[in-house]
Design a protein around this ligand. Structure first.
Ligand code: GDP
Ligand code: MG
Length: 353
C-alpha cells in the first residue's frame, strides 16, 4: 500500500489540494485509501452530517447553497457532497450544480464535491460515508450531502447522516402520498420548498397532520403550558432556541415541517434552527452516540464485505473456481444454484484448516 502519511499531515494542515486528492483516493477505492481512512479515523467525529434528499428539481442544490451561505455567515465551514444521479459520463448535472453553487465555491470555507452515483465497489453509502470522513477530518463543521430520494442506495445514505432532510415541493403530491413513498422512514426534518408557489401551504399542513397521525399525537411539540386550541401541529421551527435541552424526556422526535423559498432565501434560518434542534435532541438523548456506534459497526461490516468481494473477483483461486462453475452452467451441466454452491464449497475448503 502507498504510504499515506504525507497526505494526512497535509490534511491536518488544511491544504485544499490534499483534501481534493484524499477524496479522489477514497472515492475510487485506490490503493492506500483504507490506510488513509484508518489514519484519519482519530480525527473524525466532530462534523455534523446532514443529508438533503428529495425528488429531482425540488431545489436541493439551491437550498444547500443558501444553507451553506448562512453557515458561512455564522463562521462555520461547510463541505458539500452532491451525488449526481445522472450518467457519470456527461457531467451535465455536475456542471449545473457547480454553476449554481458558484457563489459558495469561491469561498475556501466551502468545499463542493460531486460524485457519480454508480460504480463504487463498496456501495454508494459506504463511499459517501468515507468521503464525509475525509471532510470531517479536514475540519469542516457541517457536511451537507445531496441525494435524489428515489432509489434504495439513496435511502441508504440516510444511514451515514446524523440528520436527514426530505425536500418536497407542491408538485410532490399530497401529504398522504408523500408518507407512502417511504421517505418518512428517513425524514428527521421535512422541507416544503418553492413555498412561493401555490399549494405549498396545503402540503405543509397535510404533512403536519400526517406526521401527527403517524406518531399518534398531533400536538407533540406543543409544550403543556401552551393553549390547546391551536389548529395545527406545532413544529420545531416555532420553538425558541432556548427550548432546546429543556424537554429531553418528551419521547421520540417528531419531524418538523419547514416552508422555504430557497430562490428568495426565505425559510433558511428556520431550517437552520430545526437542524440545530435535531442535533441538540440527538445529543441530549444519547441518540447521537447510539447513531455513531451503529454507523461504526455498519462501516466495519461494509469494509469486510468489500474486502471479500475484492478478493473474490480478483484473486486467481476464486476466479478459477468461478470459471469452472460458469462453464458447467453454460453447458447445462448444472444450475446456477448448484454451480454457485460448488464455488462456495470449494472456497471454504481451500480456506479451512
Ligand atoms: N419557484 C421556485 N423555484 C425554485 C426554488 N428553489 C429552487 N428553485 C428552482 O428549481 C429548479 C431546480 O433547483 P435545483 O436546486 O437544481 O433542484 P435539485 O434538483 O433538487 O437540486 C431550479 O431552476 C431552481 O432555480 C424556490 O424556492 N422557488
Ligand atoms: Mg441538485
Amino acid at each position: 500500500m502507498v504510504a499515506p502519511t504525507p497526505i494526512i499531515e497535509d490534511l491536518k494542515a488544511r491544504k485544499p489540494a490534499a483534501l481534493a486528492r484524499a477524496i479522489s483516493l477514497v472515492e475510487n477505492g485506490s490503493p492506500g485509501s483504507e490506510t488513509l481512512l484508518a489514519g484519519l479515523h482519530p480525527l473524525v467525529g466532530t462534523a455534523r452530517r446532514i443529508g438533503i434528499t428529495g425528488p429531482p428539481g425540488g431545489g436541493k442544490s439551491t437550498l444547500i447553497e443558501r444553507l451553506a451561505s448562512h453557515y458561512r455567515t455564522a463562521g462555520l465551514t461547510v463541505g458539500v457532497i452532491a451525488i449526481d444521479p445522472s450518467s457519470p459520463f456527461t457531467g451535465g448535472a455536475l456542471l449545473g450544480d457547480r454553476i449554481r453553487m458558484e457563489r459558495a465555491a469561491v469561498d475556501p470555507g466551502v468545499f463542493i464535491r460531486s460524485m457519480a452515483s454508480r460504480g463504487s465497489l463498496g456501495g454508494m453509502a459506504t463511499t459517501t460515508g468515507e468521503v464525509a470522513d475525509v471532510m470531517d477530518a479536514y475540519g469542516f463543521d457541517r457536511i451537507l450531502i445531496e441525494t435524489v430520494g428515489v432509489g434504495q442506495s439513496e435511502l441508504d445514505i440516510a444511514s451515514v447522516c446524523d440528520t436527514t432532510v426530505v425536500v418536497l415541493v407542491p408538485e410532490s403530491g399530497d401529504g398522504i402520498q408523500v408518507m407512502k413513498a417511504g421517505l418518512m422512514e428517513i425524514a428527521d426534518i421535512y422541507v416544503v420548498n418553492k413555498a412561493d408557489r401555490p399549494g405549498a401551504d396545503r402540503l405543509r399542513q397535510e404533512l403536519e397532520v400526517a406526521i401527527g397521525l403517524k406518531g399518534g399525537h398531533a400536538f407533540r411539540h406543543v409544550p403543556a403550558h401552551h393553549h390547546p386550541e391551536l389548529q395545527t401541529a406545532k413544529t420545531a421551527r416555532e420553538k425558541t432556541p432556548s427550548d432546546a435541552g429543556t424537554d429531553g424526556s418528551d419521547g421520540p422526535w417528531a419531524p418538523p415541517v419547514i416552508a422555504t423559498a430557497a430562490l428568495r432565501d426565505e425559510g433558511i434560518g428556520e431550517l437552520r434552527g430545526a437542524l440545530d434542534q435535531h442535533a441538540a435532541y440527538l445529543e441530549r438523548g444519547g441518540g447521537l452516540q447510539a447513531r455513531r456506534a451503529r454507523q461504526l459497526a455498519q462501516r466495519t461490516r461494509d469494509v469486510v464485505e468489500r474486502a471479500l468481494r475484492r478478493w473474490l473477483w480478483s484473486d486467481a483461486g476464486p476466479r478459477a473456481a468461478l470459471e469452472t462453475a460458469l462453464a458447467d452452467v453454460a453447458a447445462g451441466r448444472r444450475s446456477p444454484y448448484e454451480a454457485a454452491a460448488g464455488v462456495v464449497e470449494r472456497l471454504r475448503g481451500s480456506n479451512g484448516a
